[in-house]
Ligand binder design. Structure first.
Ligand code: PLP
Length: 435
């Protein structure tokens, strides 16, 4: 007899499979596949020796070992939070007098994904509005849908989120009386996932001015996802959006150790306005009342010993070479006459490819079918749009140079070029039949 049906919560029923599952399934089912889709990091540079050393330093020292193997606090290890605060100040060129921030404004989480989820859980009731970039980080888009948020989006151009389009949207929400439903604006501001673009300095400042102006009755937040900030290969660093929020009121900064160190540590952190910290911690108490204490001790040690900075410097060199290998291969295989364009990011892990209009890249497109036959995978660009703010472009793709080796990147692009040629041939055949 079949079991009687389960009752699932409305949140569970709103939650659909993340597109990432489909991508992972393709890679798992086919070991010969070169995945230019996965957001995984480079395997050769993972800091195994450094983590062994940090673990030994902690576990061979009785009191440290006992502290690290015990439960920690919900907010996370105080010495690590202090180090993170000081590093943020140094990166942004701020003094304690410039900025009202303390280690008590920092929370450690199980990856930045947990922080993003907690922010959603703390701030969003079903039907509330969130503004994201178009295109945006597709995993968080799925999370927002699951929480019942109504998503609005603002396009990204060469300088990141178009703040003037945002200004018009905010004015419109004022006019329609919906501004009070807007909870936050989510921006991935360094080498954005998925386009690789970075929010320009003037736009950072303007973004904070805009939320201040529209926060008369109720505060609107900016969630600054700086996951890739440390992975810069060219040009000078830019100050965080958070640095334009001296009273610590409007900006939540989310960062992670997954990309610049190791995703297996699954540790992220947030810098939060003071009145947001307590509600977030209460909900984090429901999740886990604290992320892995041992891993926080390991990171505390890696930062204090200088091993972390040396590692990030090494990573930058390795990823710079990989970015160059990928973009050189694209230039070789896709001449200007192909009409295919791509971004050349100054950092991060992603290149955004734009095919000529009409060349569909979706999961059931001719291009995807040909790519899978050729054993290469990309992320269909349409996964990164919500569709609630206008038509979804169907001719874009995200390529990652994270996990593939330089040789695999070159081979992957050659395969993609063959797939594009096959898809083009299929389209012309179809067009001929239709004539
Ligand atoms: C933009 C962005 N934010 C957040 C995350 C979440 O990473 P984690 O939970 O491993 O810190 C990712 C992972 O790919 C990401 O690309």
């Amino acid at each position: 007899m079949p079991p009687t049906p389960l009752h699932l919560s409305s949140r569970s029923r709103r939650t659909t499979e993340q597109p990432i599952s489909w991508l992972i399934q393709q890679a798992v089912e086919n070991r010969d596949l070169i995945s230019l889709a996965a957001g995984l990091v480079d395997e050769e540079t993972l800091p195994a020796a450094e983590v062994v050393q940090a673990c030994e330093a902690i576990l061979r020292d009785g009191p440290r070992a006992r502290a690290a193997l015990q439960y920690g606090t919900t907010q996370g290890l105080a010495s690590l939070r202090q180090q993170l605060l000081e590093r943020l100040r140094a990166a942004d060129g701020l003094t304690p007098a410039d900025h009202k921030l303390a280690a008590s404004d920092v929370v450690l989480t199980t990856g930045s994904q947990q922080l993003l989820y907690l922010l959603g859980e703390t701030l969003i009731d079903p039907g509330d509005l969130v503004i994201v970039e178009a295109p945006t980080y597709f995993v968080f888009q799925g999370t927002l849908r699951s929480l019942g948020a109504r998503i609005l989006s603002v396009p990204v151009d060469h300088d990141g989120l178009d703040v003037e389009v945002l200004a018009e949207l905010l004015d419109r929400l004022e006019r329609t009386g919906e501004i009070h439903r807007l909870r936050f604006i989510y921006v991935c501001d360094y080498f954005q996932n998925p386009t690789g673009r970075t929010l320009s300095l003037p736009r950072r400042q303007r973004l904070v001015e805009l939320v201040e102006r529209h926060s008369r009755r109720q505060r609107i937040l900016i969630v600054e996802d700086a996951a890739y900030r440390e992975l810069r290969y060219d040009g000078p660093d830019l100050p965080s959006i958070k640095s334009f929020d001296p009273e610590n009121q409007y900006v939540v900064l989310a960062q992670t150790f997954s990309k610049p160190c190791a995703p297996g540590l699954k540790t992220g952190f947030g810098v939060l306005p003071r009145d947001l910290m307590e509600p977030v911690l209460l909900l984090k108490g429901n999740h886990d009342f604290g992320s892995s204490n041992l891993l926080q001790h390991v990171l505390d040690d890696l930062l204090a010993s200088g091993a972390y900075d040396r590692h990030v410097a090494r990573l930058r060199r390795a990823y710079r070479r990989k970015r160059d290998a990928l973009t050189a291969a694209l230039a070789e295989h896709f001449p200007a006459s192909s009409g295919i364009r791509w971004t050349r990011p100054d950092g991060g892990l992603y290149v955004w490819l734009t095919f000529p209009e009409g060349t569909e890249t979706g999961p059931s497109s001719a291009l995807m079918r040909a790519a899978l036959r050729e054993n290469v995978l990309y992320v269909p660009g349409e996964f990164c749009y919500d569709g609630s703010s206008g038509p979804v472009p169907r001719h874009e793709a995200r390529l990652s140079f994270g996990v593939a080796s330089e040789e695999q990147l070159r081979e992957g692009v050659a395969r993609l070029a063959r797939a594009a040629a096959a898809a083009r041939a299929e389209r012309s055949e179809l067009a001929a039949i239709e004539l």
